[in-house]
Design a protein around this ligand. Structure first.
Ligand SMILES: Nc1ncnc2c1ncn2[C@@H]1O[C@H](COP(=O)(O)OP(=O)(O)O)[C@@H](O)[C@H]1O
Ligand SMILES: [Mg+2]
Length: 258
């Protein structure tokens, strides 16, 4: 079976001058959970947008499920729907994702876009409202939700399509501890259910139970390490040089000693 994603030598610049990715190659296999790590601005969000077909590389190739993904291909409705049904993206900022008049409509939106009939969409929406324990929010407008509730709704609007691959951009950022805990448990459940997950995060503590592999970006927008999670987290010099911990952080030092 072909890998879920194959990226070869991807380069991307914003406005043809601000480099975001500079020769990035990586493969994501089916069922893997891969964490993208790196300092602010190193290119994690850009890579996730390329993986979701929201941006297109200036050079290099991006292959998903064995087929090259290009802007032209995604203009084809059939290819587009096939790709969109298989890959879901939870943005870092839920406000960029949640915009319908009500939570129920927000969650139904993607299903209707993909051409599911209303009854099927309604049944799926009810399922995912129950799964994420947000049934009581169903008739609220997005502006009536807290940040944590909005995150749940954004996740619901992706899970409702039951994609094989889930992309998360800093999912636990700006959430209170209880909501973070809930989210980590959800990610673990999705992983156990066999989903392929790629997530960008700064939250190193959660990685041992969550990620099979860590891909570390340097501030030069290139990958400086791609290794099993334990190997990356035990490499204090790597974590320091990638600006993932600071000199007074106990992280990795403590792990290495214990
Ligand atoms: N819309 C944009 N216009 C210009 N430069 C951008 C834009 N978005 C991101 N960048 C630049 O691209 C680089 C990578 O950004 P990003 O992918 O957001 O990094 P990360 O998610 O790792 O913080 C950064 O240097 C950032 O300044
Ligand atoms: Mg980012």
């Amino acid at each position: 079976m072909s890998p879920v994603f194959e990226c070869e030598d991807l380069r991307y610049q914003y406005l043809e001058r601000f480099t975001a990715l500079d020769g990035v190659s990586l493969t994501v296999e089916r069922g893997e959970t891969v964490a993208l790590l790196g300092a602010n601005g190193c290119g994690k969000s850009t890579l996730l947008k390329l993986l979701d077909g929201l941006l297109f590389a200036d050079s290099g190739t991006f292959t998903a499920f064995g087929e090259q993904v290009t802007e032209d291909k995604l203009e084809d409705e059939q290819f587009n729907h096939g790709f969109r049904a298989r890959v879901g993206f939870v943005f870092q900022n839920s406000d960029a994702q949640v915009f319908s008049p009500s939570v129920r409509e927000e969650i139904a939106f993607g299903c209707l876009q993909l051409g599911l009939d209303r009854d099927t969409a309604t049944a799926r929406v009810e399922d995912v409202l129950a799964l994420l324990d947000i049934a009581e929010l169903a008739d609220r407008a997005p502006f009536q939700l807290s940040g944590g509730q909005k995150k749940r709704v954004a996740i619901a609007s992706v899970l409702v399509m039951n994609p094989e691959v889930l992309l998360f951009d800093e999912p636990t950022a700006a959430l209170d501890p209880r909501t973070q805990f809930w989210l980590i448990e959800l990610l673990e459940q999705l992983r156990a259910a066999g989903k392929t997950i790629v997530l960008a995060t700064h939250d190193l503590d959660t990685l041992p139970s969550l990620a099979d592999r860590c891909v570390v970006f340097g501030e030069d927008h290139r990958i400086i390490a791609d290794a099993p999670t334990a190997a990356v987290l035990d490499d204090r010099d790597l974590l320091l040089s990638a600006n993932l911990i600071h000199a007074r952080s106990a992280f990795a030092g403590v792990r290495a000693r214990s």
